[in-house]
Design a protein around this ligand. Structure first.
Ligand SMILES: Cc1cc2nc3c(=O)[nH]c(=O)nc-3n(C[C@H](O)[C@H](O)[C@H](O)COP(=O)(O)OP(=O)(O)OC[C@H]3O[C@@H](n4cnc5c(N)ncnc54)[C@H](O)[C@@H]3O)c2cc1C
Ligand code: SF4
Length: 328
């Protein structure tokens, strides 16, 4: 889980219960800020926070410069370098490429296409006893038992089921129907949740295009996305199994919450073996460009039905030697 349990020259994980959705206050989570970026800073990396990348400017097959604006002061910047690596996430990366005219590269018609985000739901079980009386670490289980159950039928993974924290009492109360708020808040301590992460299809019509300009005149991403019947079928299959697991474990009632966010957005640029099939080659280099790479979640060609970030990190590490070796 990329937590620091071993290196006692740094703070060790204390197994608290805010690991999901929050930075680690003691920096025991081996995320980018605590590890790679910090190390790179000692070797000369400069981080400019709050700077918005507006447009890459190219001469033929080479990116020449990056135009940016400071999100606070509105001041414009230009950065130049030999290699350009875009990692703005599955919504912003294609938007930047489209703003930069890179939809005209050999695989450019795929830029913004095949946006995926998993088809997710949380199944909550309410138990007769407190589920986490010590208020300790919640990420403990992940079932891959059902991962390939529908492969023959759909040619995809089905997905995974893992436990996920119960939001704070105040959050549960806020979202509960009026009249039930106090009761829902009180039940928080008796809840255990399973998150079902179903693979979704890479559909060409699920896409990022350019929308209205923001206050700096930068066109923001516009997202069009619809799930297909197979996405829902995979999710419902996992939900039924998660519900059964909770019931067998003793839940007296269960409830399903759909997740309708892009928190797992991936795939909107896409690696492929030819530019006819995707915008990036197998090393995440933009087809037809000599010095431009996209090693973030938008490089995925399928969504894989597992939490994405470790695969994103592993893939970025995988392609880094090729970036360095390229004579840019
Ligand atoms: C609440 C929440 C919980 C999650 N929990 C998990 C989990 O438990 N496990 C897991 O594996 N995944 C989890 N995810 C998903 C995971 O965080 C993402 O899949 C992953 O971070 C995506 O990585 P990325 O590099 O593609 O993009 P991001 O991590 O989104 O990085 C993109 C970066 O680019 C910056 N950026 C974007 N546009 C611009 C621009 N124009 N100029 C300058 N900077 C820009 C953004 O500010 C951001 O820092 C969670 C996501 C959320 C929201
Ligand atoms: S469990 Fe708590 S202490 Fe451990 S890494 Fe996560 S946030 Fe940090």
């Amino acid at each position: 889980m990329a937590l620091n349990f071993r290196d006692d020259s740094r703070p060790l994980c204390i197994l608290c219960n805010t690991c999901d959705g929050y930075p680690c206050r003691i920096e025991a989570k081996n995320d980018l800020t605590a590890t790679v970026l910090r190390q790179a800073q000692t070797q000369g990396l400069e981080i400019r926070a709050g700077v918005i990348a507006k447009r890459l400017v190219s001469d033929g097959a080479r990116v020449r410069e990056l135009e940016c604006v400071d999100g606070e002061t509105g001041e414009d910047y230009v950065f130049t370098g030999s290699r350009y690596i875009v990692a703005g996430g599955a919504l912003q990366t294609p938007a930047l490429l489209l703003r930069s005219g890179l939809g005209a590269t050999p695989g450019g018609r795929w830029v913004g296409r095949r946006l995926m985000r998993h088809c997710n739901a949380v199944v909550t079980g309410v138990f007769r006893k407190r589920t986490n009386p010590e208020g300790t670490f919640h990420k403990q289980l992940c079932f891959t038992d059902f991962y390939d159950d529908m492969r023959d039928r759909f040619g995809t993974a089905t997905g995974t089921i893992q436990d996920i924290y119960t939001p704070a009492r105040q959050v549960i109360e806020h979202h509960a129907p009026p009249g039930l708020r106090w009761a829902a808040g009180w039940l928080t301590a008796f809840m255990q949740n399973l998150l079902c992460i179903a693979e979704d299809d890479p559909r060409v019509d699920n896409r990022v295009t350019l929308g209205e300009p923001d206050r700096f005149g930068v066109a923001a991403p516009r997202v069009d996305h619809e799930y297909c019947a197979a996405d829902y079928e995979r999710r419902d299959y996992l939900v039924a199994r998660a519900r059964r697991v909770l019931q067998v474990a003793g839940a007296w009632t269960t409830r399903v919450y759909e997740i309708d966010s892009f928190s797992h957005g991936v795939g909107s640029v896409g690696m492929a073996s030819t530019p006819e099939q995707g915008a990036l080659d197998a090393q995440c280099k933009v087809w037809g460009m000599d010095n431009l790479w996209v090693p973030d979640g938008s490089a995925f060609s399928t969504s894989s039905g597992v939490n994405p970030s470790l695969t994103i990190a592993a893939n970025a590490l995988r392609v880094t030697p090729a970036m360095i070796a390229t004579n840019a």
